[in-house]
Design a protein around this ligand. Structure first.
Ligand SMILES: C[S@@+](CC[C@H](N)C(=O)[O-])C[C@H]1O[C@@H](n2cnc3c(N)ncnc32)[C@H](O)[C@@H]1O
Length: 219
């Protein structure tokens, strides 16, 4: 007997949120709908791997005139984000369900106000797919407008140092902050927006690393 196909209930729920969740993977026609949304010319902010959405929703609240867009593959996290956002009246947050590596094909170069990457999965699990592969970091940063920002938080020291080294070697950003003990940094805490994974790592007393920089183009 063939095992019965198990349908992820959140996969079905995605279509309950048209105009909020753009499912590029299962519904290519969503690409055009998303393009139309962007035609209104509002500033664009992006979070890669937005997870359950706590950070995205708060950023939406803090940036009411912007489109604040999360890139997230998991159905459940995408749906939860939008459901939570609706309850809180966040009407400027959106999810695009697409692999982060496709992001440079979706957005024009130098078109974003800024990008956040918070606690991406450790890269030793799936090297090829990791969000922050060096060639991909270069491409993501090419999407940011001159003087736009890039913010990266992780609990993974080796990943942090590698990303920091690449940014410095390739002179991709003017670094404003490089913080190795975020939980005890006043500078960090004064404007941090905590993510779900961050809360978990903090409760385990794991160190949190943060870098923030401004995009510069030196060519
Ligand atoms: C460790 S979680 C962190 C979530 C959130 N940023 C936080 O700090 O709470 C990483 C998230 O990235 C998503 N993700 C992993 N690889 C991805 C990819 N290639 N494209 C888009 N999302 C991805 C996962 O589904 C997951 O929700």
């Amino acid at each position: 007997l063939e095992p019965q196909a198990v349908v992820n209930p959140f996969r079905l729920k995605i279509s309950d949120h048209p105009g909020r969740i753009f499912n590029f993977i299962d519904k290519p026609e969503d690409q055009l709908l998303f393009k139309n949304l962007r035609n209104n010319g509002a500033p664009l902010l992006l979070e890669l791997g937005s997870g359950s959405g706590g950070h995205l929703i708060e950023r939406g609240r803090l940036n009411p005139a912007s489109l604040v867009c999360g890139i997230e593959l998991r159905y459940k996290r995408a749906v939860r984000t939008i459901e939570k956002g609706e309850k809180l009246g966040a009407d400027n947050i959106y999810i695009v369900r697409v692999h982060a590596h496709q992001v440079p094909e979706i957005f024009e170069s130098k078109s974003l106000e800024g990008i956040w990457i918070n606690f991406p999965d450790p890269w030793d699990k799936r090297k090829k797919n990791r969000i922050l592969r060096p060639d991909m970091l270069r491409q993501y940063l090419g999407l940011i407008k001159p003087n736009g920002f890039f913010s990266f938080k992780t609990d993974h020291l080796e990943m942090f140092e590698t990303v920091l080294g690449q940014i410095q070697n390739e002179e991709l950003l003017d670094l404003e902050r490089v913080i190795h003990d975020a939980a005890n940094s006043e500078e960090y805490l004064k404007d941090s927006v905590e993510t779900e994974f961050e809360s978990m790592f903090k409760s385990q007393r794991l160190p949190i690393y943060h870098l923030l920089g401004t995009r510069q183009y030196r060519e």
